[in-house]
Design a protein around this ligand. Structure first.
Ligand code: BEZ
Length: 265
């Protein structure tokens, strides 16, 4: 399916959104009608069942087509960390800049053992054309897969749809499907972020969180506000000061308050 944003003269966001609704395919069979849709007289609209996505819960598995072939998501992650980030449609301007930035950071993600995968609610033929634009605009060579989610099955499975999109089912806006998930090698969700269409994501923050999570897992510490690699870290409340001194060195625990102890690693 060709992207609705590419095909002709520039459109307003509202025009793009209504065209986006028009090209959406029917939702999958495994659906239930949302109660508020009945109340609003939109009972024919429905949303798929979705598991609760909590930090620490297993990221739902799915099979999908991507720009690099078909995948089983868990098998694709294998023993790596993974970042899944999503987009409502190809050829959207903010998303174009985001994918270019992530593509440029390939080495940084690889260094941390993190596989990257994008998702956009168009088909993979359209993604291929969008990738050409992204590479041209950002002077990069995007080399991670992008999931074709034209029927928005994965977007619903991961609860990436915004409230106004659900409530306007059948007249859906495109201001939706802009999530970030960090998933660890045991397939647990370690971070979720959901961005509005108006605000480009912060790739440095994604890397910073990965650094914090991996440092925490390896060293048994937590990290304070705005922490960067090399800064002091925090001894978690579950570790006594005595044990912290044994672990990090007797002169390497700085107690600001009994509940706030810094150390270096
Ligand atoms: C974007 O600029 O990426 C965008 C525009 C409209 C809807 C969603 C995203």
């Amino acid at each position: 399916m060709a992207s609705f944003l590419r095909s002709s003269a520039p459109r307003s966001i509202a025009q793009q959104a209504s065209r986006f609704a028009a090209v959406q395919q029917p939702l999958a069979a495994r659906t239930r009608a949302a109660p508020f849709l009945f109340r609003r007289g939109l009972a024919s609209a429905s949303v798929p069942e979705q598991p609760r996505l909590r930090l620490g819960s297993v990221a739902p598995n799915f099979k999908a087509s991507t720009t690099q072939g078909d995948i089983d998501f868990h098998q694709w992650i294998a023993d790596s960390w993974a970042i899944l980030f999503s987009h409502p449609a190809d050829f959207t301007p903010v998303c174009t800049t985001e994918l270019g930035a992530f593509a440029k950071l390939k080495d940084e993600f690889e260094k941390r053992g993190v596989k990257m995968i994008g998702l956009s609610a168009n088909d993979i033929g359209s993604h291929g054309k969008w990738i050409e634009d992204i590479n041209e605009i950002s002077n990069t060579n995007l080399s991670f897969p992008i999931i074709g989610d034209a029927d928005r099955n994965v977007a619903f499975l991961y609860d990436m749809i915004t409230q106004d999109d659900l409530e306007n089912a059948g007249r859906a806006t495109a201001f939706t499907i802009r999530s970030v998930f960090i998933i660890d090698p045991s397939k647990k969700i370690r971070l979720t972020m959901m961005y509005p269409a108006s605000t480009g994501r912060n790739s440095a923050e994604v890397l910073r969180v990965i650094d914090s999570l991996q440092t925490g897992d390896q060293k048994g510490v937590t990290t304070p506000i705005d922490w960067q690699v090399g800064d002091d870290v925090i001894v978690p409340p579950t570790v006594s000061t005595e044990d912290a001194k044994k672990k990090f060195g007797k002169d390497n625990v700085r107690e600001v308050k009994p509940y706030l102890r810094y150390t270096t690693i």
